[in-house]
Design a protein. Structure first.
Length: 73
């Protein structure tokens, strides 16, 4: 299984699992990123931070560290 950080630009992936605990996991879930949700990777900055995605019709920017905690398939 890979993480959202490793997903290629233009890829549609499905969230398999959220790693992490406490406030970090809560912040990711508050963005609407939960198990089973589809994520479209729109853009990745040259150094990989931030990663811009579309989730549930909303455009979001994720930090690289947060994207590493999101396992996708």
């Amino acid at each position: 299984m890979s993480t959202l950080k490793e997903a290629k630009v233009g890829a549609h992936v499905k969230v398999a699992r959220l790693n992490g605990e406490g406030a970090v996991k809560r912040r990711i879930m508050d963005m609407g990123i939960t198990k089973g949700v589809d994520v479209y990777v729109r853009k990745v900055a040259p150094l990989g931070d931030p990663i811009e995605v579309t989730v549930r019709g909303y455009e979001l920017s994720l930090r690289k560290a947060d994207a590493e905690m999101i396992e996708v398939q």
